[in-house]
Design a protein around this ligand. Structure first.
Ligand code: ATP
Length: 420
């Protein structure tokens, strides 16, 4: 079944804003058996919106429009949809009242311009907006379902899930998309593909894609299911791939690395603290993206300068003089230092050369050392990560998490020092 998405908003035709709504809309449409054939970003121009809508009505069974439901002159979605369908628009007094109450509950009186958000296209079902002001709409025209969603993702997503997807599903033919995502760390894309291609090629009904992300490789497996069909072959393929890749797989359910590491720390009742040089907070930010991370994350230090590495984390000055700040010795000393400074079970450190300057033949840009210390041992890992300054910093933070995961997997909490 064919679906398409129209993102309305001139800001998404500038270098500053991206249409991200279409990503989660696509995911949800797929789950109820609709495949997205077109995605269009169109500016705030009535003629352009009308043109895109006319084409969409010719070729799609479901059309999801996001954006342009606000109160201002450039919010043209309602008017454009009404024009294409030849339907009237009227102000709904009940919605006006609800908007008034919403403003009053925050201590404001509603500007009259907001009444435009109470305009309803003739024959449309109104969809409640639980997280904002502009209500959405659902219409069916000659068997084609049309949803109007607000632009802000925090408003569009709950309305899509709660009100739109059940209506879309009712127009479908019962097919659904089953999928699995496997995340892998420590291997390159070609290493992963060489190992798993012979396995996934023996499942021709399942589509398999490999994506190289910032700190991980992801394998996405998916297949359309007829009504009542069981995706047991998807489970078998996923299990076979996990077997072949062993401990390089950190999640077979799409869980991000920081969640997996957090869960492992929690299970072992361990805490971690970080000492970050080149990443200057990215690692701490990554760890604390997980709700509840205060149970395993103590905090950390941004030891960007040598002075702070020495004074705060107790790295011996001679060690820096002898080996340089970006070295295995300093990474290990930082990990030990932050551990004892914070009283955490584990100290985790990063020191590296993010570039673009500061590299040498011996220590190129992208060189990263990670240190991990517990009460029994200290280890380090070394890697040269590719990319520009920001990418190196992000990859370094993920690399540190991957090393911590290996450390936790190893009995006694140690892992061999690695280099690449
Ligand atoms: P509002 O009631 O807030 O005016 P609206 O439906 O009119 O809602 P827009 O004014 O088109 O929405 O967009 C408001 C903001 O929502 C945009 O500045 C942008 O940040 C975000 N937004 C809009 N469309 C998208 C999209 N397709 N993907 C991601 N963000 C979007």
């Amino acid at each position: 079944m064919r679906a398409e998405i129209i993102a309305v908003g001139s800001e998404m035709l500038t270098p500053d804003n991206l249409d991200t709504n279409s990503l989660f809309i696509t995911e949800k449409l797929n789950e109820v058996g609709f495949q997205v054939h077109f995605k269009t970003v169109v500016g705030d121009d009535e003629q352009d919106i009308v043109g895109v809508l006319r084409s969409a009505l010719q070729r799609s069974r479901v059309i999801i429009v996001t954006g342009g439901l606000g109160p201002t002159e450039d919010d043209l979605t309602r008017r454009s949809v009404a024009a294409v369908l030849g339907r009237e628009v009227r102000i709904d007094a009940g919605i006006v009242e609800k908007l008034r109450q919403r403003f009053a509950s925050r201590g404001y009186s509603m500007p009259s311009i907001n009444e435009r958000q109470a305009e309803v296209i003739e024959g449309a079902e109104v969809l409640a907006n639980t997280t904002g002001t502009a209500p959405g709409m659902w219409l069916v025209e000659n068997g084609v379902g049309i949803a109007l969603l607000p632009g802000p993702p925090r408003e569009a997503r709950p309305m899509l899930e709660k009100s739109v997807i059940p209506r879309v599903a009712a127009l479908g033919n019962g097919r659904t998309l089953a999928r699995k995502t496997i995340h892998i760390t420590g291997w390159t894309e070609s290493e992963v593909d060489a190992r798993v291609a012979p396995i996934y090629r023996s499942y021709p009904n399942i589509q398999t894609t490999i994506l190289a992300g910032t700190g991980q490789i992801s394998l996405r497996l998916f297949r359309w299911l007829e009504p009542g069909e069981n995706p047991s072959d998807l489970d078998r393929l996923s299990a076979a791939i996990c077997d072949a890749l062993g401990s390089a797989v950190f999640s077979a359910s799409g869980e991000p690395l920081e969640e997996v590491v957090g869960r492992n720390l929690l299970k072992e009742q361990l805490t971690v603290a970080v000492a970050e040089s080149c990443t200057a907070g990215l690692l701490g930010a990554l760890i604390t993206r997980v709700p509840g991370s205060s149970a395993w994350f103590r905090g950390g230090a941004l030891c960007y300068s040598n002075e702070l590495k020495i004074s705060f984390c107790g790295v011996p000055e001679e060690l820096i003089a002898a080996h340089g700040a970006v070295s295995a010795e300093v990474a290990e000393a930082l990990a030990r230092g932050i551990r004892s400074r914070t009283g955490s079970s584990i100290g985790l450190s990063i020191t590296g050369i993010a570039g673009p300057a500061g590299g040498s033949a011996e220590k190129p840009v992208g060189l990263v050392y990670v240190g991990v210390a517990n009460d029994r041992c200290t280890i380090h890992a070394r890697r040269i990560v590719p990319g520009d300054r920001q990418t190196v910093r992000e990859r370094a933070a993920y690399f540190a998490l991957a090393i911590l995961r290996n450390f936790l997997l190893t009995p006694g909490g140690s892992a061999p020092s690695s280099s690449r």
